[in-house]
Ligand binder design. Structure first.
Ligand code: PLP
Length: 415
């Protein structure tokens, strides 16, 4: 199934034309396909069905309540990185006992709230965090379930900004320090050592980095076990890559799962996984309308109504996302830089794209379900876009478009 397809020349989501959605909800507009989210989640579920496992969707990839609701109804777990995300997951019907809490900077307040609701596990990233968590649990007369996030120092072969498993990255506990950290954890009456985890980067296309990382983790599980510290789960993180362009390779989830299972072998460990991008990336698009066409000394620009505040991936990571016209119309094809109205030269959605367009035409930016709306801002006092979830043949507003007055409603004039 393709989440978005062309039907007599015009892009559709299921049987709804994207043009009609843009008419109804305005632009810029994010559109998500519920079935595509479910299908991607099911790939993990099928690939791991022969093992005890838990899929914890990485909420930061797309935290809209309708997306979380869709996944909660499938029985998904969630990987959160803040108290805000915890509140979202609970509001969307996610189960606390299926939540893992990642991140290098959990505050005391975040630990307290997560302990109160009874989350599944804290993925602890440093020795200091482990001590803090033990203190917080002790103060509340409870025991915190813990996994240590290991930094296995493997090269995920991805963009430096989204590589997280190298020793120069801020994430995780080094292999050298981890054993001692576990030993200290084992001495505390307020920590329950449950697992081991890693997350080596995002947009990974190769199996080898996963194989290498999981192998290092299970060796540590064995060494711990020999010392009487028995873990019950291994969490291999997320990072599964998606195909943004036809030049990208693909990552097959069945092969990925096989590689993880091979590395785990017959050890009785529950396998946990934290996919974000793979679940939602291809399930979303950003619709934007062409405001102006202009040329400077032979370079052509399409100025559109979406900008870097709506989609920052091109500016931040030099990311490439496909841009297509929604309707196939008879126009002269030209090479365009597709740019927004924000006062920054980094404000582009795509450069040197062949497009056959006129002013007021509608464009579709593909693969915009992950790290897209969630990274949007109000720079230039631009209200954030609306989000729509297409479910079968109906479209539901998943987030209303902001109004400019909302943006300064919490600001004050001087007395
Ligand atoms: C961001 C993140 C993920 C999800 O990464 P994707 O590349 O979106 O799959 C999983 N786990 C942790 C700890 C993360 O920080």
């Amino acid at each position: 199934m393709t989440p978005f397809h062309r039907q007599s020349g015009s892009l559709h989501c299921n049987d709804l034309s994207l043009s009609s959605l843009a008419e109804q909800f305005g632009t810029p507009l994010y559109v998500y396909n519920r079935t595509a989210i479910e299908t991607a989640w099911q790939e993990f579920s099928d690939a791991l069905q022969d093992r005890k496992h838990l899929i914890c969707y990485a909420v930061k990839a797309n935290s809209n309540l309708a997306v979380l609701d869709t996944l909660a109804r499938l029985g998904s777990g969630f990987d959160i990185v803040s108290l805000g995300e915890l509140k979202r997951v609970l509001a969307a019907g996610g189960k606390p006992e299926k939540i893992v809490f990642s991140g290098v900077g959990k505050t005391t307040q975040e630990m307290e709230s997560a302990l109160e609701v009874g989350i599944r596990c804290f993925n602890v990233e440093s020795d200091s965090e482990l001590s803090r968590l033990a203190d917080v649990a002790a103060a509340h007369g409870t025991v915190a379930p813990v996994s240590l996030r290991i930094n296995p120092d493997v090269d995920a072969k991805t963009h430096p900004y989204i590589s997280t498993g190298l020793k120069e990255n801020k994430f995780g506990i080094s292999m050298a320090d981890a054993m001692d950290c576990y030993r200290r954890g084992a001495e505390s009456n307020h920590l329950a050592l449950r697992g081991i985890d890693c997350h080596i980067g995002s947009q990974l296309m190769h199996l080898e980095p996963y194989a290498d990382a999981v192998k290092l983790l299970v060796e540590m599980v064995d060494r711990l076990s020999a010392e009487g510290i028995h873990l019950s789960h291994i969490d291999v993180g997320g990072g599964q890559g998606i195909q943004y362009s036809a030049h990208d390779s693909t990552l097959d989830i069945t092969s990925w799962a096989q590689c993880v299972k091979d590395a785990v072998g017959q050890r009785p460990l529950e396998i946990m996984v934290e996919p974000g991008r793979y679940i939602v990336g291809q399930a979303g698009v950003l619709l934007t309308r062409v405001e102006y066409l202009k040329s400077n000394e032979g370079r052509h620009f399409a100025v559109v109504d979406a900008a870097m505040n709506d989609l920052i991936r091109p500016a931040l990571y030099d990311a490439w996302q496909a841009i297509e016209t929604v309707e196939t119309l008879d126009r002269e094809p030209r090479l365009y830089d597709v740019v927004g109205p924000v006062c920054e030269s980094a404000d582009f959605l795509g450069k040197q794209r062949t497009l056959a367009i006129a002013e007021h035409d509608l464009l579709c930016v593909r693969s915009a379900g992950a790290y897209a709306f969630v990274m949007s801002s109000n720079y230039n006092t631009r209200p954030r876009a609306a989000e729509v979830m297409v479910d079968g043949d109906s479209a539901h507003l998943a987030r209303a478009r902001e109004q400019a007055t909302d943006l300064f409603a919490d600001e004050f004039l001087l007395p």
